[in-house]
Design a protein around this ligand. Sequence first.
Ligand code: SF4
Length: 348
Amino acid sequence: MVQKIRALGLISGGLDSTLAARLLIDQGIEVRGLYFSTGFCLSDPNKKEHGSEGPRGNLCHEALKVGEDLRFAVDVIDVSEEYLDIVTNPRWGYGKNANPCIDCRMMMLRKAKQLLEKYQARFVFTGEVLGQRPMTQHRATMRQLEKGSGLDGYLLRPLSALRLAITEVEQQALVDRTRLKGFTGRGRKPQMALAAELGLESYPQPAGGCCFLTDPVYGRKFHDFLKHLPEGQKVTQEDFILLKIGRHLRLSDRLKIVVGRNEAENNALEPFARNRWSLLPVDVVGPLAVLEGDVTEDDLKFAAQVVARYSDGKHLDAVKIAVTGENTERELLVAPLEEEETQQYIFK
Ligand code: SF4
């Protein structure tokens, strides 16, 4: 029996990696998918559910669904712990927002390379398209990723192969280069046309990034968080989850308040309230809020005014707010902060 050629693919669940896999499968290549769960992915099967689902909503399990639809196995590999160091200290810096794309891709490709032997696979492929993404899909960066990952010659981009230097994979006729594509640029029409040609009907709508680190508002909160992180304090996954929940207002260099925007976010904030100062309206419906940072008595009063502003008592002269923390509980009667003043503290 002739043994099939096997390839490992970085499968995000988006259209491009789906098409790349399909092009290879149609050539008789046996595909195994790898999904790296960073904890920041929009389509993260390991993602803990919270009130806020990030900028583009919940796309859970898309990578697994692609594998199911195209009949190949997808390994979900949890890299969230080591990703903390990558995201806070990227060797090649950030993209436009909080996205350390080059470091991120490098890590994934290096890990994929390590798995080649385990799966007796001959090469790695991705759904990258030359010129599509500003940070990682320039010709030079794509070369950098090939070399830096140790996959030089064994990293195939089926959607852009005809525009890239011929790889060992093609030289050795492991794949038929003539059946690969030469897509370039940011436009998605060729991919959509190919999807239609191949009869792929349901796939997530193409968008600007595969994780919420590319979201501008999240990016601002993220960089603000790092800037105000006390020296020597280690970051945790919880820190970054909290950045996703609620409305964030920086009240001073020392202090930030996170205010739930709905019931789901209030529930999501509850675990964070256990080891922080928290605030909740007493007699009117309103949000749960937690404080991040060093707190003075004046800060508590000011934070209570913010919470009053977001409560159903915002038009009242005074609102009673329960303030809990450091094993104490008290009630403060405060005037809701003016809308205009509140706005100036919000991350937008
Ligand atoms: S957008 Fe960038 S940082 Fe986010 S998963 Fe993709 S490559 Fe990684």
